[in-house]
Design a protein. Structure first.
Ligand code: XMP
Ligand code: MG
Length: 184
C-alpha cells in the first residue's frame, strides 16, 4: 500500500488522515501579500532571508520570489539539545557561511509552535551584531506558545493541531503538498 493517498479535500499519510485547512490558492495569495509587505519595508536594504531547514524551505522559496528587490538567502539547520522539549535549547547543526554583521536579517519559519526554536535562534543571531532582525512565519499556533517570541509577520494563526503540507511533514511525507492540511 502506498503511504500517500490524496483526494481534493483530504490526504492520508501512513495511518493519519488530514483535511484541507488552506488551499494552494489561499496559500499563494497570502504569500504574495507578505511579499509585498516585506518589499515595502526592505526594498533598499538588501535583506538576507534565513530559512530554517527543513520545513521552511518551501515558504522561503516562494517568499523571496515575492520580494521585489535585491536580496540574498541562507540556510540553517537547528536541532534540540538533549533534554526536555520545553526547557531545552537549540543548537546550530548547519550554520550560515555569511558574515551577519550589519546585515538586515529576515528569519523565515514554517510554523511557530511553542516558540522555542525562534526564541533561541534569535538570541544566537543577536550576538553577531546584525543591523536588524525580523521574523516571519507562515503559520503560528498561539495556544501552544511557551517561549516569548515577537513574530513580526504571520501568514495565518491556526488551532493547536498538527498540520502538514507546504514544507511541513509527517514522518517525512507531505512536504510537497501545495496547501496546508490539518489532522482530522
Ligand atoms: P517550536 O515549538 O520550536 O516548533 O515553536 C517549531 C517547529 O516544530 C515543528 N512543528 C510542526 N511540524 N506540523 C509539523 O509538521 C506541525 O503541526 C508542527 N508544529 C510544530 C516544526 O518543525 C517547527 O519548525
Ligand atoms: Mg517535522
Amino acid at each position: 500500500m502506498e503511504a500517500y493517498n490524496k483526494t481534493p479535500d483530504h490526504v492520508q499519510l501512513y495511518d493519519l488522515m488530514f483535511v484541507t485547512l488552506f488551499s494552494e490558492k489561499q496559500v499563494q495569495e497570502r504569500v504574495r501579500e507578505l511579499g509585498a509587505e516585506i518589499t515595502a519595508q526592505y526594498k533598499d536594504k538588501r535583506p538576507l532571508f534565513i530559512s530554517i531547514l527543513s520545513g521552511a524551505f518551501v515558504f522561503a522559496s516562494d517568499l523571496m520570489r515575492a520580494f521585489d528587490g535585491d536580496c540574498e538567502v541562507g540556510f540553517v539547520k537547528l536541532s534540540s539539545y538533549a533534554g526536555t522539549r520545553s526547557s531545552g535549547s537549540v543548537q546550530t547543526v548547519m550554520g550560515l557561511e555569511k558574515d551577519l554583521h550589519g546585515r538586515h536579517l529576515i528569519v523565515v519559519e514554517d510554523i511557530v509552535d511553542t516558540g522555542r526554536t525562534l526564541h533561541f535562534f534569535i538570541d544566537h543571531l543577536r550576538q553577531q551584531n546584525p543591523a536588524s532582525i525580523c521574523t516571519i512565519t507562515f503559520l503560528r499556533k498561539p495556544d501552544a506558545a511557551e517561549f516569548p517570541v515577537a513574530v513580526d509577520y504571520v501568514g495565518f494563526d491556526i488551532e493547536n493541531r498538527f498540520v502538514v503540507g507546504y514544507g511541513l511533514d509527517y514522518e517525512g511525507l507531505g512536504r510537497n503538498l501545495p496547501g496546508i492540511y490539518q489532522l482530522r
